[in-house]
Design a protein around this ligand. Structure first.
Ligand SMILES: CC(C)(COP(=O)([O-])OP(=O)(O)OC[C@H]1O[C@@H](n2cnc3c(N)ncnc32)[C@H](O)[C@@H]1OP(=O)(O)O)[C@@H](O)C(=O)NCCC(=O)NCCSC(=O)C[C@@H](O)C[N+](C)(C)C
Length: 270
């Protein structure tokens, strides 16, 4: 399987890059596998101090691969509507399912993670950025928790993390509308740690600063800060359960068809 994530480590700083630039780093099966494998590798990396996570090409990550939506439109993997996506959400990985682990894995790393976000961070790509400890955004970055557009809910641990970062009404507005918002808005909402012309360069500056501090104190601080949040287990389970019900349902299928056919959806009442 082609590797979708590159990792190079120097002076205790891991430079982790999504390398599917031609598809704006969209999340296909190989990308999910590579993200989970990357967190597994880094969690055991001796001497690791900080991680910088970014995307090659024009974007951080454009979310779920459109090919998966096209499969949902037809019949999906295993002959079940949306089957391949259902598998992704159903596959367990400790407390998290496999899709969640691709995000939650970064939260669980023993060292801080800085996401350097440029271009778009949409849907699963936005949730991936939420997995980081900090988000440095380029001025032209655009974000959206876009799942509703496809008749879905966020199901990659984005809900509990977003809930810990933004006001409840903002969480709800963004989740219910899937509205695309700017870096400036992200900063107002508490989602952008910084806005900088070169987020990767700034991320590495801050990474070097952190890497210069006592490594055991940094790890202790991360453990301590992670413990501030309530047990995410119930929220992660709720994401999985709700998504399982939606995938392949008539209105979800209609959302996908309408989007791909570029027309307004016609929903049935529930
Ligand atoms: C990102 C974008 C705004 C960029 O527009 P652009 O005009 O600057 O560039 P483009 O020509 O549209 O894209 C450049 C290339 O990037 C590809 N690309 C862009 N987004 C892609 C995507 N999501 N999947 C596959 N390819 C994607 C395009 O097809 C194209 O490839 P091609 O040259 O071979 O045709 C536009 O492509 C776009 O809207 N893409 C779709 C975004 C989208 O809806 N993403 C899904 C979000 S919802 C989501 O992620 C659900 C997920 O959380 C659920 N689950 C956890 C179960 C997995």
């Amino acid at each position: 399987m082609e590797d979708r994530v590159s990792i190079s480590i120097s002076d205790g700083i891991a430079d982790v890059r999504l390398v599917r630039a031609d598809k704006m780093n969209a999340l296909d099966a190989a990308m999910f596998e590579a993200l989970v494998a990357a967190t597994a590798r880094l969690s055991n990396e001796k001497g690791l101090r900080v991680v910088v996570l970014s995307g090659e090409g024009r974007a951080f990550c454009a979310g779920l691969d459109m090919g998966r939506f096209a499969a949902m439109k037809e019949k999906g993997g295993n002959g079940v509507p949306g089957g391949e996506n259902r598998d992704l959400t159903a596959r367990t990985h400790g407390k998290a399912n496999f899709a969640q682990q691709a995000v939650w894995g970064w939260r669980q790393l023993p060292v801080p993670v800085i996401a350097a976000v440029h271009g778009v961070a949409f849907g699963g790509g936005f949730q991936l950025a939420l997995g980081a400890d900090m988000r440095f955004l380029s001025p032209d970055a655009r974000m959206s928790i876009m799942e509703i557009k496809w008749g879905l809910v966020p199901d990659m641990a984005g809900t509990p993390i977003l809930a810990s970062l933004v006001r409840d009404d903002i969480l709800r507005e963004l989740t219910y509308t899937g509205r695309i918002f700017s870096a400036q808005e992200a900063q107002t909402y508490g989602l952008a740690t910084r806005i900088c012309d070169d987020p990767r360069a700034t991320a590495f500056e801050v990474a070097r600063e952190i890497a210069g501090k006592s490594p055991d104190a940094i790890r202790a601080a991360k453990r301590m800060l992670n413990n501030l949040s309530v047990d995410p287990g119930p929220a992660l389970l709720a994401e999985s359960v709700e998504q399982q019900k939606l995938i392949g349902s008539p209105n979800q299928t209609e959302s996908v068809r309408a989007n791909l056919d570029k027309r307004a959806p016609k929903f049935v009442d529930v």
